[in-house]
Design a protein around this ligand. Structure first.
Ligand SMILES: NC(=O)C1=CN([C@@H]2O[C@H](COP(=O)(O)OP(=O)(O)OC[C@H]3O[C@@H](n4cnc5c(N)ncnc54)[C@H](OP(=O)(O)O)[C@@H]3O)[C@@H](O)[C@H]2O)C=CC1
Ligand SMILES: CC(C)CCC[C@@H](C)[C@H]1CC=C2C3=C(CC[C@@]21C)[C@@]1(C)CC[C@H](O)C[C@@H]1CC3
Length: 471
């Protein structure tokens, strides 16, 4: 049995906050879905009506959600992938994760020590071959290098394969444009799945070894722990639930919902509007980028710090596809004329945001992978007691979270095509600002614990958090 009552500081307002969020998050999602399709589309104020259970519950929607999860899980499980090693865990082991094949990576099976002893029942490539090849390539454990067979299947390839499958389905008569009509029951089914899944994860954590538990999420209060998640990286064999959910079904589902909304608009109005094209294009770029750079997710606090509980399960499986597609939902019911000059300005805003977002993320990732990489070797750094250095010039010398700044600028560009007469399409920008401010504060605490005085020195050197001279 896992020990209860760890002394980690309670977050999200403790058990009361967690209980409130358990109800508030799904309620907000349904509110947004209902308001997006109502005439006045008022973000603030009561929902237009309270849906009956028959409008929410549909066994077909549940079946569709489960089929979607099954398809994405099958793509995740396809053999022969490149594998990266995650951060070192409490018991000094590292987990391996399938990632996209890309130049610069070696084809190398995971080191046996990287397979979590408690959670894995088989190695994907066999241990003997792994050791032999590792010796051959002389790669150290945990170097982040991994397999690269030519047919490597990572998240990005899963997106491409899904697009091919959906394309073939549409050609064969799959009524994709009927999906928007099913958003309410689909969101209900996804929420139901997230609740049941989180419960199973909570029960699984009861028999997990103490070393597999997350630093938070083990307070002993069942509601708080259910919300935050007890186990850090719940797995069955090599199937990592958190990594799978964070990147695949929700993000790819978001793109699919957007596409279905675009197709329905084309059916209703003869062709999709320019605003709908922009929203679809911008968000496809964002999702494609996340899937292409999937290994970057291995160093996020969600993977290395947070347990896998309701917050992430619901966030990944329901919140992302159904609320991140809000702008496209809004446009279907509230067409917004958009001229080319304004569209060009919006594209420019998105490009600036993406440039900052990608530049900052790539700079940090390159630096963390190899500080002497020529792309980052000239940047100024400060040393810390842990041996890791912190960048203090380049993007990371401008503000302490330049990637958040770029992300927020893109969020603005996603809302602008919807015009300025409604607040609803700006919900994502508002929510995301709150999420990133809170996330920045959590990351700050973790960096302070990790780097101590060096972090104070970094904060003195780079005083602004996200927006230069403002915040
Ligand atoms: N659309 C969405 O809903 C969301 C999007 N995101 C996006 O995901 C991406 C990842 O975000 P997130 O995981 O929050 O965190 P970051 O990618 O910003 O990573 C923070 C970590 O970077 C390292 N770091 C901080 N400062 C420096 C420095 N000066 N030099 C070198 N390393 C530094 C520290 O870790 P260490 O030192 O240990 O390496 C720190 O813990 C972001 O682009 C964000 O915008 C995030 C959340 C939600
Ligand atoms: C339901 C709550 C309000 C909170 C849910 C949070 C989740 C939706 C987000 C937590 C961290 C995320 C990340 C991404 C998507 C949203 C969630 C899952 C990305 C995958 C988005 C694309 C970026 O390039 C990387 C992000 C990593 C973190």
């Amino acid at each position: 049995m896992a020990p209860q009552g760890s002394r980690a500081e309670l977050e999200f307002g403790g058990p009361l906050g967690a209980a409130a969020l358990l109800l508030l998050l799904p309620a907000t999602m349904f509110h947004l879905l209902l308001v997006a399709r109502s005439g006045p589309a008022r973000l603030l104020g009561p929902p237009p009506y309270l849906p009956e259970l028959e409008e929410l519950w549909s066994p077909w929607a549940l079946l569709l959600c489960l089929t979607w999860l099954g398809l994405q899980a099958a793509l995740y499980l396809l053999p022969a992938r490149k594998v990266a090693e995650g951060q070192e865990l409490k018991d000094k082991s590292r987990l391996s994760y399938p990632i996209n094949g890309r130049r610069g990576f070696h084809w190398l099976p995971p080191h046996p020590s990287s397979l979590h002893s408690q959670h894995c029942c088989h190695s994907m490539y066999g241990e003997v071959a792994g050791v032999a090849l590792r010796k051959l390539k002389c790669l150290p454990n945990g170097s982040g290098q991994g397999l690269r067979p030519p047919w490597a299947l990572g998240c990005f390839q899963a997106l491409v394969l899904t697009a091919l499958l959906v394309g073939l389905g549409v050609l064969a008569g799959l009524p994709l444009s009927a999906l928007p009509e099913m958003l309410l029951p689909l969101a209900f089914a996804a929420t139901l799945i997230a609740f049941i899944f989180s419960l199973l994860l909570y029960l699984k954590a009861l028999v997990a070894p103490a070393s597999a538990l997350a630093p938070g999420g083990n307070s002993g209060n069942p509601i708080y722990d259910f919300f935050l998640g007890r186990e850090l990286n719940p797995r069955i064999c090599s199937f990592d639930f958190k990594y799978f959910c964070e990147l695949r079904p929700g993000l790819i589902g978001w793109v699919l919902i957007n596409l279905a909304l675009l197709m329905q608009e084309a059916e209703l109005r003869g062709s999709p509007s320019l605003a709908m094209w922009l929203v679809n294009g911008f968000q496809l770029l964002y999702v494609g980028d996340a899937l292409w750079h999937e290994e970057a997710v291995l160093t996020t606090m969600d993977i290395i710090h947070d347990g896998f509980g309701f917050m992430l399960a619901f966030g990944d499986l329901a919140w992302v596809p159904f609320t991140y597609s809000l702008q496209a939902q809004f446009l279907l019911y509230h067409p917004e004329p958009l001229g080319l000059p304004l569209a060009s300005v919006i594209c420019l805003i998105n490009a600036v945001g993406y440039y900052i977002f990608r530049g900052a993320n790539s700079q940090k990732n390159a630096f963390r992978k190899n500080p002497s990489d020529p792309r980052v070797a000239d940047l100024e750094t400060i040393s810390t007691a842990t041996g890791r250095r912190l960048l203090v010039s380049g993007w990371w010398g401008m503000v302490r979270h330049p990637n958040y700044l770029g992300d927020l600028i893109m969020a603005l560009a996603w809302s602008l095509p919807c015009g300025v007469s409604h607040l609803l399409p700006y919900f994502y920008l508002l929510y995301f600002t709150a999420l990133l401010v809170h996330r920045e504060a959590r990351d700050e605490q973790q960096c302070l614990r990790k780097y101590g005085l060096a972090w104070h020195a970094y904060c003195r050197r780079v005083p602004y958090r996200i927006v230069p001279y403002i915040y």
